[in-house]
Design a protein around this ligand. Structure first.
Ligand code: HEC
Ligand code: HEC
Length: 331
């Protein structure tokens, strides 16, 4: 058990360096030795000169190719906001320890982790969540308000312009196509057994708590910088967020978690841990109608949301409070 955890940590650290992808594809999720260069990835993923067309996914440009002109500065600012959201867009972040890149991994580049290049080529689009056609900027406003539990920057705000510039640049060469491969989080088939909170708790304790904390509140590094984001509680995403939808959560978790070991949980484990995570209290849905039942009826009336249901004798949806966020939800 101890050994397993140690490996998970090593892998987690390697992924930050962008190296583990190679090891995972080679089927050896262990420490990568000096001799294995990341270049090997293309050899492994794309066997050359073959009749079978490999299912490749779009590759965004390298950071090294980021333009050096005025436009490039705005692209770089967008990347900074995406990776250090609370520092670069502090006006619009709530009491969170998440950043945009917490859920859009590899600074918004990673396929199957709702990458920005795939998002950029998919808007304007109709969203059932707010029942009208959303521009790309409006879509990003939603992630500020719900996923970051913050405030939506007004349209035209430099923060949104920088994020849009970064997304546009990442999408260089991509086709306008809302069905582009790698968009969003993968759909995970329903598991053989009904989702189960108790089994999910076990999956969490064995595979997630080491990084996200036994209480799900995340962890900060020695300098107080959050490096493991909160899965629930006052610093996490709020009840209105996409990650509060169990099918989104299961897709993200199955593809990407434990960090560096994506794809290793069974479908059953992924569904169980997703329902466990989404059955904990978190900041109130900013669309709160003053009444949990009414809010559930209006926004959460599906088996995909635990809001307004009773789990272990507790009614979910009361919301958490904190010094910065004394009333449920921010406007
Ligand atoms: C708690 C996790 C989380 C955080 C933090 C987060 N997002 Fe998201 N984001 C999601 C989820 C879930 C979706 C919905 C994906 C889907 O529907 O396939 C999403 C969707 C998006 C989309 C649309 C993707 C598409 O393909 O349609 C964009 C753009 C986006 N987020 C930008 C941002 C930005 C900018 C930030 C930071 C301000 C951010 N997100 C923070 C979870 C998060
Ligand atoms: C090796 C450490 C590690 C382990 C183990 C791990 N995670 Fe994560 N997880 C992270 C990091 C780091 C991020 C944020 C990525 C970033 O900021 O680049 C993250 C992000 C997330 C997010 C999106 C952000 C949020 O806080 O909501 C969810 C959900 C999540 N992990 C769930 C899980 C689950 C469920 C497990 C267990 C099956 C798990 N993680 C195991 C390190 C880990």
């Amino acid at each position: 058990m101890k050994v397993q955890l140690a490996i998970t940590w090593t892998v987690g650290i390697l992924v930050t360096a962008g190296v583990i992808i190679v090891a995972a594809q080679a089927g050896q999720p262990g420490p990568v030795t000096q001799t294995e260069k990341p270049v090997a990835a293309s050899t492994i993923a794309l066997p050359a000169a073959t009749d079978v067309k490999p299912a490749t996914k779009f590759q965004p440009p390298s950071d090294l190719d980021m333009p050096k002109d005025e436009f490039g500065k705005t692209v770089q600012l967008g990347k900074n906001i995406f990776e250090h959201t609370s520092s670069y867009a502090s006006k619009y972040t709530g009491p969170t320890n998440l950043r945009c890149a917490s859920c859009h991994l590899d600074a918004g580049r990673l396929a199957d982790s709702a990458p920005l290049w795939a998002a950029y080529v998919s808007y304007p689009a109709y969203r059932s969540k707010n029942k009208h056609v959303n521009t790309y900027s409006e879509r990003m406003q939603g992630c500020f308000k719900f996923s970051m539990n913050g405030k939506a920057p007004p349209l035209g705000d430099p923060v949104l312009i920088a994020l849009e510039s970064y997304s546009y640049w990442l999408a260089t060469g991509a086709t306008i196509d809302p069905k582009i491969a790698g968009r969003g989080y993968p759909k995970v088939p329903k598991p053989p057994l009904a989702m189960d909170y108790a089994r999910g708790q076990l999956v969490f304790e064995q595979n997630c708590a080491v990084c996200h904390g036994a209480d799900g509140a995340g962890q900060a590094d020695a300098n107080g910088q959050p490096n493991f984001p909160a899965l629930w509680g006052s610093k996490s995403f709020n009840w209105g967020a996409g990650m509060g939808s169990i099918k989104n959560a299961v897709g993200f978790i199955k593809a990407n978690m434990p960090l560096g070991l994506g794809g290793t949980l069974s479908d059953q484990q992924a569904w169980d841990v997703a329902i466990f995570m989404d059955s904990h209290e978190r900041p109130q849905d900013p669309r709160f109608q003053g009444d949990i039942a009414a809010t559930r009826a209006k926004y959460h009336d599906s088996s995909d949301s635990m809001y307004g249901t009773v789990v272990n004798g507790q009614l979910l949806g009361k919301g958490t409070t904190s010094a910065n966020n004394p009333t449920p939800g921010m406007k």
